[in-house]
Design a protein around this ligand. Structure first.
Ligand code: ADP
Length: 448
């Protein structure tokens, strides 16, 4: 106490003591001066006692304004900083939209803010666990008895120092309040305090539920659309195949009887019917393929492929199949013979890039292939129509057809499918193009 008394002496006090002592030794009436000195010390003593009493934590005080000095003294040393920080802390505490508690080491409520009463009504308990029990339903929506669950949470905060969990409370009017609770340990000096934040996430939950429902609805609609497309394309494909087969039969029959279509002047009509049916057939195939991609049902089974043989065989087959007379220049730069590829998917990619290069140009087509341990690269280069600059950004979009190619038949789906198939391999496809100069489509696939 004496030590504290001396500690609490301020310079003004010291000055007064020196002055009074001087007067005592100068004055005649020493008794009176001694009395004043004694009175002075008693006053300092009482002041010290007063400041000591007001600096204790008022336990379970219901008002944040009573965050008192001794607790804060643990946190801040400098008086001025302490005051500023206290005020800052107090206003954060008061203005927060979350409910805050400060608990002592025994989970007794020391301090809490107004939001606690706003959300849950008057606080009657001293123990936080009792408050939780009164304000929570018997069990939590994700399963488990509230009491047991909270005990487990307390154990883990004591073990790991910090915890965050979802908790459902009962509101003032019995309504359910979904919250997110964070408990943080605050080791201050030798004492432990807990800082509890209860955040109301009702609005967030409502938005989440709405989003989830919309997503499910969209998923259902997508599935329905995919099913419809796949069913419709199948339904279209059978009559188309019948039309094509019957057209061929008519030609054969006439041929057998030594009559040609030209004799009747109908060759060009039959040819048109064949062309359009073939086009529709390709469109149906591509739509079906897209449906599969969207539904995530594209089979992907890569094999270790001998690249040089695979590409040479492919190109020979392609020339036979399409009867193209176009010059195709094939260049290899092979540092590694084999590579993991899904041949069906890569065939599709090549088919699309090759047919486009031939369709949209009149000159030779160059195919460059480069393989090493880390990647498989190939380019298809043509010196044809190219893609107008202002339409270039739409190149890989479904049903995109550049304005300079409108007169040439196409579906606008081939590149979308090619891109998907390259991406299934973890690769990328890019294009460089200049209108009336030509295009280069470049594919890069990383090794597995
Ligand atoms: P399709 O060729 O059947 O129309 P794609 O998806 O393969 O469909 O191509 C989309 C569009 O991109 C084409 O219609 C064409 O306008 C443009 N395009 C693609 N490749 C080339 C190319 N090599 N040269 C010029 N334009 C091209």
């Amino acid at each position: 106490m004496i030590k504290r008394l001396f500690k609490s002496l301020k310079p003004t006090h010291l000055f007064s003591i020196v002055l009074i002592s001087f007067l005592i030794f100068q004055s005649e009436d020493r008794e009176f001066h001694l009395f004043i000195l004694l009175l002075f010390f008693t006053l300092i003593f009482l002041e010290t006692l007063w400041s000591q009493n007001t600096s204790n934590i008022v336990f379970a005080n219901r008002n944040v304004k009573t965050i008192v000095k001794s607790f804060s003294d643990f946190i801040f040393s400098n008086q001025l900083t302490l005051q500023l920080k206290q005020e800052k802390f107090k206003s954060i505490f008061d203005k927060s939209s979350d409910a805050y508690f400060i608990l002592d080491s025994k989970f007794r409520i020391n301090v809490y803010n107004d939001k606690v009463t706003t959300f849950f009504g008057q606080l009657k308990e001293v123990l936080f666990n009792e408050w939780i029990s009164r304000n929570s339903p018997d069990s939590q929506p994700y399963g488990g008895e509230s009491k047991k669950l909270f005990k487990a949470m307390v154990n883990s905060v004591q073990r790991q120092g910090e915890i965050r969990f979802e908790w459902e409370f009962k509101g003032k009017s019995g309504d359910q309040i979904p919250t997110e609770v964070s408990i943080i340990t605050l080791p201050i000096s030798e004492t432990v305090f807990y800082f509890v934040v209860v955040r109301n996430v009702l609005n967030q939950k409502k938005i989440e539920d709405e989003l989830r429902k919309n997503l499910e609805r969209e998923k259902e609609l997508n599935e329905m659309r995919s099913k419809f497309i796949s069913m419709a394309s199948h339904e279209f494909k059978t009559p188309l195949a019948t039309i094509l087969a019957n057209l061929e039969l008519v030609e054969l029959k006439l041929e057998k009887q030594g009559v040609s279509l030209d004799q009747f002047g109908i060759q060009k009509y039959v040819q048109r019917m064949e062309n359009e049916s073939t086009r529709l057939n390709i469109l149906m195939d591509e739509v079906l393929q897209l449906g599969k991609i969207e539904a995530g049902r594209t089979p992907y089974s890569p094999d270790l492929i001998h690249i040089e043989k695979f590409i040479t065989d492919y190109l020979n087959e392609y020339i036979d199949k399409t009867h193209t007379t176009r010059e195709i220049q094939l260049n290899f730069d092979i540092k590694c013979d084999s590579f993991w590829l899904d041949t069906d998917l890569i065939h599709h990619v090549f088919d699309n890039l090759m047919s486009n290069a031939i369709k949209y140009s009149n000159d030779e087509v160059i195919v460059n292939v480069k393989v090493d341990e880390s990647s498989f690269l190939f380019e298809v280069i043509d010196k044809g129509l190219g893609i107008p600059l202002n339409e270039f950004s739409q190149l890989f979009e479904s049903f995109f057809r550049a304005s300079n190619t409108n007169h040439i038949p196409g579906t606008g789906l081939g590149l979308v499918i090619a891109k998907e198939f390259v991406e299934i391999h973890g690769g990328v496809i890019v294009c460089e193009s200049e209108e009336n100069k030509g295009s280069t489509f470049r594919v890069a696939i990383p090794s597995k």
